[in-house]
Design a protein around this ligand. Structure first.
Ligand SMILES: [Fe+2]
Ligand SMILES: [Fe+2]
Length: 245
């Protein structure tokens, strides 16, 4: 039995080839997801999809994409990404009811894997705009965007703590933490999300959202202050699920 993660499936059944324009790695990416998951993930395994699962804008238009995810092997858990517009923040329970026994939506709740609690939320991190000098050095940032990001980060912190609280209440003390956004941005070495990971003694933090070679190392990858950080963006892994445990 194993725990896997893969982010940013970027499914959109209404226009199957819409990601092709973003580079070779995205061409027929859905076929790669199916091929790799079928080869690697067994029915007894758990796989967490860390957001940007589908570009469907409404819940009643996400069924084809969810059918595809359902068809993959293993127990499936989903995190909400910035593009998952079918997943309104207050409608997680509705999604869990609609796909009961087939897909599990992680927000303000938790799931388990062996004696670990799987906790998580979308997360957020300030991504700019940054203002650069002619040498490419950051000389200023957009203050309004920074203020707005603080509101979003606070809300995501509350959702993450809700997930941890429920797991602790249920008696769990070992945690794997999932985010969609990277835990830190290019200016940070720590954030509320890295602090929470340390506070709860989280062993692995798994995130995605970063796309393209220049962005893959925007945040932490590997062991940092006792926590193992994994970037699992689909294009970073060429759509091969990463084994976490
Ligand atoms: Fe994405
Ligand atoms: Fe994203």
């Amino acid at each position: 039995m194993s725990l896997y993660a893969l982010g940013d499936l970027h499914l959109f059944s209404e226009d199957e080839n819409f990601m092709d324009k973003y580079g070779r790695v995205w061409v027929r990416h859905k076929e790669k997801i199916l091929k790799n998951c079928s080869k690697i993930v067994k029915d007894e395994d758990t796989i967490v999809f860390t957001g940007d699962n589908s570009f469907a804008k409404k819940i009643n238009r996400c069924f084809d994409d969810m059918d595809f995810i359902k068809s993959l092997p293993g127990r499936k858990i989903l995190i909400r990404g910035n593009h998952d517009r079918y997943w309104e923040s207050k409608k997680t329970d509705r999604l869990n009811d609609t796909f009961k026994g087939e897909l599990n939506f992680l927000q303000n709740n938790f799931y388990t894997y062996e004696d670990y609690a799987l906790v998580g939320t979308k997360g957020f991190t300030f991504e700019g705009p940054f203002y650069l000098d002619r040498f490419g050095n950051i000389i200023d940032i957009d203050r309004d965007a920074l203020d707005h990001s603080k509101v979003l980060i606070k809300r995501e912190e509350e959702r993450l703590r809700c997930s941890f609280d429920k797991a602790v209440e249920a008696g769990y003390n070992k945690f794997i933490m999932f985010l969609h956004y990277p835990p830190t941005n290019i200016l940070e070495t720590e954030s509320i999300f890295t602090q929470i990971a340390k506070e709860y003694g989280v062993s692995h933090v798994v995130y995605s959202h970063s796309h393209g070679k220049p962005r893959f190392h925007d945040s932490i990858i590997g062991e940092y202050e006792g926590v193992n950080y994994h970037l699992v963006s689909g294009d970073y892994l060429n759509f091969k699920p990463e084994k976490i445990l």
